[in-house]
Design a protein around this ligand. Structure first.
Ligand code: SAH
Length: 359
């Protein structure tokens, strides 16, 4: 049996240098290869024309070069949002979204194929977790989108399918590679990582020297409501989650974004807004209100626009910075795992396997 090839795109430059030394090659070859992989973002060893032919052949034998394949593309007619369905090397599918803003181009990437967190309103978790994505597979979503759109991506949000803090080591490695000067060189300030609140990993993350914006999926002002919407809340009480976020802010100086998806009659009353206001009052943070996107497998309904506005007004009374998320690509089902889900349904008529994580 062929031994598995090593994933060359997931090595940092110091690691790649060691690899090349072990192959009996000069150190500078690593920098050349890293440049091809992460700056020029080529899809074939044969493109690496400043390497001797023999080395290119050797690389081909020892390493795999992960490249995502475009399966489907949906372009919004309303704005310039483009949603991509990509196939991984093992043919599992993931989705990524390209969005244009005044401040630059942003890509929303997936961190796992599927998800095991089981949030009640989310389409990404309906089939459970298939597997973690490798650092190379997270990077590739950005590299391929740059190639396919011809546009430079300046911002990344890890807010697609999956729970990034449930794929911690690969997430951290991905962030180091994405921000490496010798590669894409993305500014750490332009990256947001969204989590449902896995406390011990938020605390670890604060120590990594990777001060990205942390977005915390709150969705409730107390544990009772939160547990109804998010099974992960059974494992981590709100108090611990907020303490970990405070710690993240203290260590990184980055203001936390609290995400709050408004679901009619679940978490959108005046009392709940007041409670949230009291909870977050005095914290240097930002609240992002998201009218929940209806998912056909779920009975949840979006809050009325009036309720959304009232909710914001109440929070502002507590001097909290609030935005209402602008919906981009609403016409292409751009929200939260819906494209991948409909693709999986169409190929296999999949059964729903609820998040096995924290029930
Ligand atoms: N697992 C991570 C990141 C992926 S989800 C997290 O939980 O943060 C990104 C954001 O979209 C989260 O805030 C999530 O709760 C929210 N979300 C998921 N499904 C949604 C839906 N149908 N409507 C509105 N927001 C949703």
């Amino acid at each position: 049996m062929e031994t598995e090839k090593k994933d060359i795109k997931s090595y940092t430059l110091p690691e790649l240098t060691k690899e090349l030394e072990e192959l009996g090659e000069k150190r500078f070859r690593a920098a050349q290869i890293f440049d091809w992989l992460h700056k020029r973002q080529v899809t074939d060893f044969a493109c690496m024309t400043n390497l001797p032919e023999t080395l290119r052949k050797r690389l081909q034998e020892v390493y795999s070069l992960v490249v995502l394949r475009e399966v489907k593309r949906l372009s919004s007619a309303q704005d310039e949002t483009v949603k991509f369905l990509f196939a991984l090397p093992d043919d599992k599918v993931i989705e990524s979204v390209f969005m244009k803003y005044k401040h630059g181009n942003s890509v929303c990437i997936s961190s796992q194929a599927g998800c095991r967190m089981g949030c009640r309103f989310c389409a990404s978790t309906l089939g459970g977790l298939e597997r973690n994505l490798l650092p190379s597979e997270m990077l590739e979503q950005i590299y391929r989108i740059q190639e396919l759109t011809g546009e430079r991506v300046s911002h990344v949000v890890v807010m697609g399918t999956g729970e990034p803090m449930d794929n911690y080591d690969n997430l951290v490695r991905f962030l180091r590679l994405l921000t490496a000067e010798q590669g894409q060189g993305m500014s750490i300030r332009n990256i947001t990582v969204s989590t449902c609140g896995i406390v011990e990993n938020i605390r670890r993350f604060a120590e990594e020297g990777l001060p990205v914006t942390l977005a915390l999926s709150l969705h409730a002002p107390d544990d009772i409501v939160r547990r109804r919407l998010m099974p992960v809340a059974n494992r981590y009480p709100l108090e611990e989650v907020l303490a970990a976020c405070d710690d993240y802010f203290e260590k990184t100086g980055r203001r936390i974004t609290y995400e709050y998806s408004l679901v009619a009659e679940e978490n959108d009353t005046k009392e709940e807004a007041e409670k949230l206001g009291r909870l977050l009052h005095g914290r240097n943070c930002h609240v992002n209100l998201i009218p929940v996107n209806p998912v056909k497998e779920r009975a949840y309904r979006q809050s009325s626009f009036k309720n959304v506005l009232n909710f914001r007004k109440t929070l502002e009374k507590y001097n909290i910075n609030v935005t209402i998320r602008r919906e981009l690509g609403a016409d292409i089902g751009a929200a939260c795992g819906q494209l991948r889900k409909s693709h999986l349904d169409s190929v296999s008529g999949t059964e729903s396997k609820e998040g096995e994580g924290y029930e």
